[in-house]
Ligand binder design. Structure first.
Ligand SMILES: [Zn+2]
Ligand SMILES: [Zn+2]
Ligand SMILES: [Zn+2]
Length: 145
């Protein structure tokens, strides 16, 4: 009887663990001495939300000055509302290339043609659809925040 009860308990425990298992195992990420926060899964800034070949940049958030791979990472881990970078501060280095570890200003990133100037790594062009989550823009999306 005792053995049965234990087996049942073990079964329950493994079921619960299986359900909570993340898509990809989390990795503590640091690139050239810069910590990347959020749900990172490798050392090139990929995260559980965005992890294609091209997802190799992290964004420093104005609110906490910490690098996160994406908006969702910040949302799930930070204890505050995100702030976007105002246009007046677009010459701040707030983009990190996960491949070579160089930091780009927001201006340089937006003018980069989705290629790292330093190591020529390709960035995900789809990120531009989410600029309004990180940077001040003129598009109506801004009010969605
Ligand atoms: Zn923040
Ligand atoms: Zn993420
Ligand atoms: Zn690079």
């Amino acid at each position: 009887m005792k053995h049965l009860a234990f087996s049942f308990f073990f079964f329950l425990t493994t079921q619960v663990l299986a359900q909570q298992a993340p898509l990809l195992p989390l990795v503590k990420s640091e690139i050239k001495g810069i910590n990347i926060y959020g749900k990172t899964v490798d050392n090139q800034t990929r995260c559980q939300h965005w992890h294609s070949d091209l997802d190799v940049i992290a964004i420093k958030f104005k609110c906490c000055e910490k690098y996160y791979p994406c908006f969702s990472c910040h949302e799930e881990e930070a204890d505050h509302k995100p702030q976007v970078w105002p246009k007046a501060e677009f010459d701040t280095k707030a983009i990190l290339c996960g491949v070579c570890g160089s930091e780009l200003t927001i201006k340089a990133y937006q003018a980069s043609g989705n290629t790292c100037r330093n190591c020529t790594a390709a960035f995900n062009p789809g990120c531009s659809k989410h600029y309004h989550l990180y940077f001040e823009t003129d598009t109506p999306n801004k009010s969605d925040l």
